[in-house]
Design a protein around this ligand. Sequence first.
Ligand code: HEC
Ligand code: HEC
Ligand code: HEC
Ligand code: HEC
Ligand code: HEC
Length: 391
Amino acid sequence: MRASLPLATCLFALLAGLVAACGDGGPPAEPDAKKAETTETVADADSTDVGPGTVFTTAKQCGQCHREIYEEWKASYHGRAMSDPLFRELSAEVNKEECIRCHAPVTLREAGFETPIARSDLREDAISCLTCHDTGDGMAGPSQGLTGACRPVYDPQQSDVVKMCFVCHNQHDTGNEWLRGPYSPEAPEPRVRDVKTCLDCHMPEVERSIVPGGPVRKVRRHTWYGGHSITMLRKAAEIDVVSEALPDGGHRFRVFVTNVGAGHMMPTDARHRSFDTYVLVRDAAGKILLDPTDPQQQSRAHLAKFRKFYRGSGKKDTQIPPLARVDTLGEGPGYVDLPEASSGTGEAWLVYRLTPRDVLNKRSLDEGDPHDIDRLYRARVVIRKEFTYGK
Ligand code: HEC
Ligand code: HEC
Ligand code: HEC
Ligand code: HEC
Ligand code: HEC
């Protein structure tokens, strides 16, 4: 289930290279034509593609009947696992063969739900419908007794996240983090949280028909929103501020983060992602005393970093476990002292970075489209929490 050490080391080296090589340089080019592709509908597809006896090979074929699922998948990071610009960059434009096995694999059942194996064809389909559903002579699903051109077959393994998600997502322990945590079916009694699986949070239930004109059923979205979605990030955390008068005047500001909604560590998985806390402080007249977007003041305003670090960095991982409330886990002091701050207001910020090169600046505050899941190549302020101090 785990990546071999050489792979991990290789990934680390690539990522470390990335960090060293980049500064505030411009963002890599956005994936072109993505928008156009995601708005493509069944009507555009050639309907002679499927018929009796069709051998299913492409996701587009599935999209002729399962339209909404196809469009969700196409826009998701499973559908984009081979076109994600960061993946292309780190895999040397997809020329590193060892990267393909999880980003464009053969079917999970063909690999016996063990370490994925790279596909030799149709790699542009990335983590395809067939990867997760194809049994060799039908399409596995969670329901019994369905009929259709794709020969649906009932298979309880389809709902088993250890089979469906762990094979790829336990590489950096996301699966185990969940199993050890409060949402796991194995959590100790008395439970503090109801069981929630990867599917409950990342493939939420929706009532709809899965083929045009078909019966409405309770089914699951294929969006897999995660770190790219600000809406999802907001579900993960809450922040609060404790301000304390200093004996010689001024105040100490401490920001706490609570992992209220991620079923695993925050962040999990990819080592180049982080959550960071910052504080902005104003005096009673509203003048800003400490501004996280001011390059001169940024490092002082930066209170803590929560991250799984690159192997060999010598740093201890500082991810936040589910339900924990922390100010720092060793990276950053967790507070800042401002002798000049006697009373006033401020804001605590929770900031998310997809890569260490994502810059925090005024644009990081743009709300933008909350459902925009395109990589932005800048730090994003996920939560801003107002507070008052002194008086
Ligand atoms: C064992 C399976 C596996 C292999 C092999 C693998 N990856 Fe991944 N990769 C994943 C998973 C799972 C994720 C999703 C993790 C996440 O998004 O946090 C991912 C995500 C990524 C991302 C996106 C993360 C982001 O922040 O957007 C990049 C880039 C990436 N991988 C690069 C590579 C490269 C380069 C290689 C080859 C050196 C590689 N991967 C090999 C499983 C794998
Ligand atoms: C990463 C694995 C994965 C990929 C990729 C994937 N699915 Fe699924 N699919 C699942 C899981 C898991 C379920 C839900 C099982 C459950 O409800 O317990 C599911 C459910 C379904 C269902 C049953 C109805 C529903 O929505 O619950 C259909 C139909 C379906 N998928 C079609 C597709 C099609 C078409 C594609 C490609 C466009 C696709 N899937 C891609 C994992 C995947
Ligand atoms: C020609 C139309 C058509 C195509 C193309 C098609 N399917 Fe289906 N599929 C159906 C029908 C019809 C059903 C049953 C729908 C119902 O009863 O609600 C179904 C059911 C399913 C189910 C079972 C859902 C469950 O709840 O158990 C899965 C999974 C599935 N399809 C996946 C796929 C995948 C993956 C592809 C592409 C490889 C695909 N289908 C292509 C028509 C199609
Ligand atoms: C075949 C390997 C594979 C399987 C199986 C798989 N994933 Fe992924 N998943 C990936 C890769 C690779 C990425 C990252 C793609 C990228 O960003 O380039 C990813 C990304 C994600 C993301 C993050 C999206 C984001 O915004 O960064 C979530 C959430 C996710 N997967 C959930 C799941 C769940 C839930 C399951 C089980 C139903 C599952 N995955 C099964 C390989 C897999
Ligand atoms: C209780 C809800 C919940 C459960 C259960 C859950 N997740 Fe998540 N997941 C989240 C939230 C919220 C985020 C966004 C915060 C974050 O990125 O850490 C997230 C983020 C992710 C990401 C993006 C990586 C990152 O940290 O930025 C991946 C990949 C992922 N989850 C995979 C999984 C897998 C695989 C499982 C099952 C083993 C799972 N999740 C279970 C809520 C959940």
